[in-house]
Ligand binder design. Sequence first.
Ligand SMILES: [Zn+2]
Length: 314
Amino acid sequence: MNYLIYPLKIMNITQTYKNDFTHSRHTVGTPKDYPIDDNCGSPGPNGYFYCPCDNMVVKKIFGVGTTSTNVLWLESTTKVVTPTFNDYVTIMVAHIEDSELNKLSIGQIFSRKEAIALEGKDGLATGDHFHIVVGRGKINGTGLIKNSNGIYVLNTTGGSIKPEEAFFVDNDFTKIKSSNGLNFINLYSDNNTSDYYYTTNNLNVRVGPAVSYNSINIIPKNTRIKVIEFTNNWAKISNKEYISGNYLSKDIPNKYYDTKNVTADLLNVRNNPNGQILKKLSPLPKGTTIAIVSEKGGWTKISENRWISSKFIN
Ligand SMILES: [Zn+2]
């Protein structure tokens, strides 16, 4: 399997996409990206960026010989396996010095764990580090797009991905000094897909682990769902919600829905955005797990012909 692993030997993340220093404008605008800064363990140019998967190509280099921040784009030439999807990835790395980028050539292919370039502080960096952003899919357009805050963010065909949802950590390769609060998944743990399963059919959600229990909701096919435990082939997805284990798979579909939970005490289900209230499997009690199939004008589609207000889910 072509797993995507964290690309540094020492993880010491000094700023995540959640921090409020220079990265906040990336995540509050549209479109977003999710950058991390990592100084490879200590100040100074002492760490390399290693190729995170096999068959990754140097796609684009920007900024060499100018005062603009240097940026390197790497693209996988095959689909890779991440904790949350199986697809091509594009990685953007900033602040590498001219001298390092001059050693690279467009089209050059690297294998997993091969050193690509030393960290630097080219551009506006306050110290030597890598600014790393991951996107699903291939490079789109110039690889950059201006967001609603006027900040350039990564532009890929599949959109930007949070680092902990993109990289596994290979503990034989990377020592974690600080993940700055991000929860990365160990490549070698038994649940390295984070206990997530994907529904292979539309499923009734029941209040107990048998067909005799009441059905309270429907989770559509191709929903990514976290399973707490299995009981007699029933998957417990919350304290009061069970789905049949017969229609769950570890195979990641090309496109899947994420889930959220109902925050209102009781939430009406409607046949359309702001449409008629349905009598069957409605209202949904607080905590109910729902799939985000699509969103439209403050309304969320949770399965075929079933919509709820987006205000009361989280
Ligand atoms: Zn940064």
